[in-house]
Ligand binder design. Sequence first.
Ligand code: NI
Length: 182
Amino acid sequence: MGVLKIVEWPSKVLETKAEEITLFDESVKKLVLDMHETMKHENGIGLAANQVNVLKRVFVVNIPWVEKDGGEEKQDWHDKAFTFINPVITKISNEKVSYQEGCLSFPEVYDFVGRHERVTVEAFNEKGESFSLEASGLLSICIQHELDHIDGIVFIKRMSRLKAKLARSKINKYHLRHKTNV
Ligand code: NI
């Protein structure tokens, strides 16, 4: 197992559609383990394979339960490690939600993105077993964000033109500052 390097935007791999897994072998299990370890190391709640420079339709999710005053109740999906391989959304709700999202590939960028309140997703785990999951709340938002990643869609593409422009300038400044510090 090992922590992998996170690819940051504007790397091209983040805007390239990933390919399906056709063989569920040891390399897939290793990738999934490394992705879970990397996500935990970076304090992320979701991570797509594109973000570790692998163009495969794989993403992982693990949303820690954080107790907040008057916040959401703990759900059964909190603190649970999910692995989605070759995922397909089979059902979406019409209700929309907007949540302030962040992304490990966009340090310091946080903004509201519109998503469907509820989604049903069919996928495989790392053993090649299929499953179906109906998700709502933050889990649903996270699944939609990660599924976008493997389709090569970064979250600033879901923002208004003005917000996306602000996000791009923020990330450019971040990279400049980062280079200065090195
Ligand atoms: Ni992301």
